[in-house]
Write a protein that binds this ligand. Structure first.
Ligand code: IPD
Ligand code: CA
Ligand code: CA
Length: 289
């Protein structure tokens, strides 16, 4: 089964600029997906060009970096959206909230997920773009430019890697599972830093990895490369696209207690479904913090 990507002629006017009113809630998801894919791929090219030619690094705090590549990739994505869907609202990591109109659509953007990796020339990072309508995630796109891997998801229509359908793994037990996690930038300042959970999983799973890109962690769960992923302090832009992609690949997503998940709260447990309760059991041993 192939992804139903609609390829847009670069010179053609964008869909809603011609046909939509500002509060129209009926953009076909394939059009949202098409624009998100174009934007993510162009932003990925921007990142590769900075990686090749050099970049400037600034510090948001002692371990939280941002580069001029983050800003340039974000501008590239915003330019796509403003041209194609001028009324849609955006939430982008580096510029925050933009647009307060009546449109029900909101694009949630991490222009460079894995900035620390990028800054160290460790080629594990991605562009992440999710599209919400009201509270529903409709589209998710994560693009890894180093491997030219494009993960896409469309609500109700499956998850894809470079156009091929992906599904979560069938690993049934934690001691045979490859897990992944990450740590927030306040790791030095708070006891709620995930290190206790990490230690417990390291002793009970087959292995635990830390890639440095939550968006890719989620996509790798969707593609069956990882069996489970958890983090305690993510932002909406880290997970909007990946959450939809995991769901569409047949995975399960909750908070740390097994409650329904929202990308607007920080906790996330994502799995193939089979090991989810075991994961919640381990996380539940340490929820007092
Ligand atoms: C970070 C990465 C990392 C995760 C952090 C995120 P950034 O995003 O996704 O894997 O552990 O919590 O903040 O700063 O590279 O965009
Ligand atoms: Ca991020
Ligand atoms: Ca980022």
């Amino acid at each position: 089964m192939r992804a139903r990507l609609v390829t847009r002629d670069a010179n053609a006017p964008c869909y809603d600029a011609r046909k939509m009113s500002s509060d129209d809630a009926s953009v076909p998801t394939e059009h949202l997906l098409s624009v998100a894919v174009d934007a993510a791929k162009d932003a990925g090219s921007v990142l590769l060009e900075y990686a090749r030619s050099g970049f400037q690094i600034e510090r948001k705090n002692p371990i939280n970096l941002v580069t001029d590549a983050d800003h340039a990739a974000e501008q590239c994505i915003i330019d796509h959206l403003r041209r194609c869907f001028p009324t849609h609202r955006t939430l982008a990591e580096e510029r925050g909230v933009d647009g307060h109109g009546p449109s029900p659509y909101r694009w949630i953007i991490d222009p460079l997920d894995g900035t620390t990796n990028f800054a160290h020339r460790f080629p594990v990072y991605a562009v992440s773009i999710g599209v919400e309508c009201g509270n529903d995630l409709l589209v998710g796109v994560v693009y890894d430019p180093s491997r030219d891997e494009l993960f896409t998801g469309e609500a109700g229509r499956g998850a894809f890697l470079n156009g091929r359908l992906v599904t979560v793994s069938t690993t049934a037990q934690l001691d045979a599972a490859l897990m992944v996690t990450g740590f927030a930038y306040d790791i030095r300042e708070t006891p709620k830093n995930n290190l206790d959970h990490f230690a417990r999983f390291a002793l009970r799973a087959q292995g635990v990895r830390r890639t440095g890109s939550a968006a890719l962690d989620l996509c790798y769960v969707a593609a069956g490369r990882f069996d489970g992923f958890w983090e305690v302090k993510l932002n909406p832009w880290d997970m909007a696209a990946g959450v939809l992609i995991v769901r569409e690949a047949g995975g399960r997503i909750t908070d740390l207690r097994g409650n329904p998940h929202s990308i607007h709260q920080p906790e996330l447990v994502a799995s193939n479904g089979f090991i989810h309760d075991e994961m919640l059991g381990i996380l539940g041993e340490n929820l007092h913090l």
